[in-house]
Design a protein around this ligand. Structure first.
Ligand code: WTA
Length: 664
């Protein structure tokens, strides 16, 4: 590398030595692992790269196509096309296909609500036949409300079954969905609606979270005042509280969906037709609409569920991914993947500590969950609440554990393995991104020996490497940029409405390769170790946020002159948010303003973006060329001794002033 990136400093990643072989009994537990040794994995991986189209054609043949493809792969990075000329539909493959094959009465979704009024939680089970009928009715109702193929439907809901129906109905009729996580604020909804040109929003009156009602409809109402684009709002009644009503704009789900046509067909979609947009944070203040298309995404998500989770129908599996559908993990691995594999997927509405800190383990025991997929931030929190909550429950149904979203610290890994998995469940630490659509670097549970903290080896057809800015591969154990050198079917096809930004962000840094934004290294056995983002993106409690977005929110407050936001180590969240703020003349730094600023960020973006620390300073440290010295701020936020060379500081005094404020 020409210049070390900030994160290469953290290469001191623990030299983890413990190796866990795939448990011998694992294959039985899931009905036989597909890939049973590292040698077999390596041979298959090599074969998949030698013949990418051949490998992916074989995977795609397991799904149904209205019209077969003329060509599996056309072109190359940055803008390849997959399954050219084919026609298919994701809802058909996830739902209708199973009904047609005689599985209509099998459970597709097991849903558990948060409230437990008399100790018994509300549970709903949806079969494939019910899902088919409900998605058809909703697709038909949306059509009546003016939605046509190619439109973008915005979805802002809690984790209720209707959310799953909403995404599938969009796929059914050929409208793209743009799901916004229920923790985002009105301004964030309005920005995304504007960018997507979306006219219809599906929401709920409210959602349950730790016994409180999150007023989702109110937030959508506020968004309709910030953008004129929203013409129709479909509202699911969940919590039953009073909501404001605009009769010209709002319709109840229960008024329009039952009127819909239960036989509304699945639209034949071109392989490269847009399937969804999902807004995610990047290095600039403006979130980008990551665009995924139909056939490649479907094939990729199906294949990863098959090999990485060993999801297999008729094997008595019950799969639970704890992510919210508002994030990509929820799209690919709560909803689409398991349904494509015909394995029942569990959706839980609420928080892990409501009504008590053993809620998740209670769910695992009652439903006999076989697969649990969650994030390190959750694992750390659950561990912190104590083993007694876990030990109270019979978790013997668990066969496989997964983690995603940020590097997992070995202590959390070991706890997950020993206490939750009883030492018998393999852990798949899956590295991937909103942009990749599905798993990219991950162990295969029957084949790959695991090392706590490493996501191990690339998935089939994935050519991952650690390179420098010129694209040259780095020697083992040397930090570099994580890049992907060949196209894969699940990759993003663009940033909505901004091709130059797409090309620049992902393909502008390393010639000819996809740059993921992460720094990483490979160890001597070829295993990948993710070191974290090398751009201005931070992963806070598994949620991806742009520091610039938070800075923009802070600067929009009348008291703020300038703001710089950096990540800082945080025991539970992994990364916390530290904000350095200089004030305009006439405003007093103090506790009152500090909490006002925190609330302001929550109002502008959502509670998930609240800074953990706000430090006032008279000015921000900058280089002579005027760039904020983020590395220095990161060190200060982390409470580290600032050892680095600060001679480029414009004002040496700034550093001293920042340090003084620590005493507050
Ligand atoms: C991080 C979530 C280490 C990484 C699916 C990536 C991980 C960002 C892992 C994408 C992992 C995800 N180990 N880091 N197993 N998985 N990340 O788009 O920094 O919300 O770039 O997608 O999460 O976050 P996103």
């Amino acid at each position: 590398m020409t210049q070390p990136t900030d994160e290469t400093r953290i290469t001191s990643v623990l030299q983890e030595e413990r190796v866990f072989d795939p448990p011998a009994r694992f294959s039985e537990a899931v009905g036989g692992a597909r890939v049973r040794s590292l040698e077999e994995y390596r041979a298959l991986h090599r074969r998949s790269l030698d013949d990418l189209p051949g490998f992916w054609a074989e995977e795609a043949r397991e799904l149904e196509w209205f019209k077969p493809w003329d060509e599996v792969l056309q072109g190359d990075l940055p803008e390849p096309k997959w399954f050219v000329g084919a026609r298919t539909n994701l809802c058909h493959n996830a739902v209708d296909r199973h009904v047609a094959a005689g599985h209509g009465d099998e459970v597709a979704i097991v849903w558990e609500g948060e409230p437990t009024p008399d100790g018994a939680p509300e549970v709903r089970r949806l079969t494939y036949a019910e899902l088919q009928r409900e998605t058809a009715r909703l697709a038909s109702a949306l059509t009546t409300l003016g939605v046509v193929k190619g439109d973008v439907v915005t979805i802002y809901m809690g984790m209720v079954p209707e959310l799953a129906v909403a995404l599938l109905a969009c796929a059914r009729l050929g409208a793209a969905h743009s799901v916004i996580f229920g923790g985002f604020a009105a301004q964030a909804i309005a920005d995304r609606v504007e960018d997507a040109g979306s006219k219809l929003v599906i929401t709920c009156d409210g959602g349950w979270r730790r016994g409180q009602v999150i007023r989702l409809k109110d937030t959508v109402d506020e968004a309709t005042r910030l953008t004129a684009r929203i013409e129709k709002v479909v509202v699911v009644r969940r919590t039953g509280q009073e909501v404001a009503w605009d009769a010209a704009r709002d319709v109840w789900w229960h008024d329009v969906v039952p009127q819909g046509d239960p036989d509304f067909p699945c639209a034949p979609m071109d392989a490269e037709d847009m399937l969804f947009l999902l807004y995610t944070s990047g290095s600039t203040g403006k979130p980008k609409g990551i665009l995924h298309t139909t056939a490649g995404y479907m094939t990729f998500v199906h294949a990863t569920c098959k090999y990485v989770f060993e999801l297999r129908p008729d094997a008595g599996q019950l799969y639970w991914c704890t992510a919210d559908i508002g994030w990509v993990t929820g799209h690919s691995y709560v909803l689409y993947g398991p349904l494509l594999r015909r394995v029942p997927t569990l959706m839980y509405e609420g928080a892990p500590n409501a009504p008590a800190e053993d809620r998740w383990w209670d769910i695992v025991e009652r439903h006999r969950v076989t697969h649990l997929y969650t994030a390190p931030t959750a694992i750390r929190a659950l561990r912190g609440w104590g083993d007694q909550h876990v030990k109270k429950h019979d978790l013997s149904s668990l066969a496989l554990l997964g983690t995603v979203g940020e590097p997992i610290n070995p202590e959390a890994w070991i706890w997950y393995h020993e206490v939750v998995g009883g030492g018998r469940c393999p852990i798949v630490d899956t590295w991937w991104q909103t942009e990749t659509g599905g798993h990219m670097i991950t162990p295969l549970p029957g084949a790959t020996p695991t090392v706590p903290g490493s996501c191990t080896l690339p998935f089939f057809g994935v050519d991952a490497a650690i390179v420098n800015e010129r694209g040259e591969e780095m020697p083992p154990n040397t930090g570099g940029l994580l890049a992907i050198r060949r196209p894969w079917p699940g990759m993003l096809r663009g940033i909505h409405g901004d091709r130059p930004r797409f090309l620049k962000t992902y393909f502008g840094r390393i010639p000819g390769m996809y740059f993921a934004g992460d720094g990483a290294r490979r160890d001597a056995r070829g295993y990948f170790w993710i070191m974290g983002r090398v751009d201005d993106v931070i992963n806070v409690a598994g949620h991806r946020l742009g520091t610039m977005e938070i800075e923009s929110a802070l600067v929009s407050h009348p008291a703020v002159a300038e703001a710089a936001v950096v990540g800082m180590p945080h025991e539970l969240k992994g990364t916390g948010i530290a904000a350095f703020v200089s004030l305009k003349r006439g405003f007093d730094a103090g506790a009152a303003l500090r909490s006002q600023l925190v609330q302001h960020v929550a109002h502008e973006i959502g509670a998930l973006a609240k800074p953990d620390q706000v430090r006032f300073t008279t000015s921000l440290p900058k280089t002579r060329s005027g760039k904020i010295m983020r590395r220095l701020l990161r060190d200060i936020a982390a409470g580290k001794e600032v050892t680095q060379d600060t001679t480029t500081l414009e004002d040496y005094g700034v550093l001293a002033k920042l340090r003084e404020h620590e005493e507050e």
